[in-house]
Design a protein around this ligand. Sequence first.
Ligand SMILES: N=c1c2ncn([C@@H]3O[C@H](COP(=O)(O)OP(=O)(O)OP(=O)(O)O)[C@@H](O)[C@H]3O)c2ncn1[C@@H]1O[C@H](COP(=O)(O)O)[C@@H](O)[C@H]1O
Length: 120
Amino acid sequence: MTAKAPLASPARLAAALTHLAETIDARALEGDAASSWTAKLLAKGPDAAASKVAEEGGELAEAVRRESDERVASEAADVLYHVFVALRSRGVALDAVAAALEKRQGTSGISEKAARPPKD
Ligand SMILES: N=c1c2ncn([C@@H]3O[C@H](COP(=O)(O)OP(=O)(O)OP(=O)(O)O)[C@@H](O)[C@H]3O)c2ncn1[C@@H]1O[C@H](COP(=O)(O)O)[C@@H](O)[C@H]1O
């Protein structure tokens, strides 16, 4: 895929993310750490979830820099999974993330940055 290719199949990704979020929710409610990786991660708490987000984010960055498209997709999937686990671990609702994304719709990142108050 080239940098100019469209980001196809957003509905397919949305469906996969919905399935993933529902699975993580189910594991949080009745998962067993002996048989569920998600339940095991959640039992460790937000600090451990944060470490996994940082670790997987670094691996994705490395893949984007110098690995195959397949590796980039796989590392991106790892990041998405661990972001969802971290949100569940903190008790931050997916609705809050959706609201943050919706609020930004139609606002260019360049104009948003220009409107920020100056840093001290
Ligand atoms: N998407 C994932 C997913 N991605 C990664 N992992 C697991 O995360 C584990 C750790 O992966 P790492 O690459 O971080 O390996 P590691 O660096 O050796 O791990 P550390 O011990 O260092 O933390 C592996 O066992 C992976 O299988 C996942 N485990 C679960 N899911 C999803 O969650 C669902 C429920 O899984 P369970 O909770 O295990 O039933 C699954 O059906 C999947 O859809």
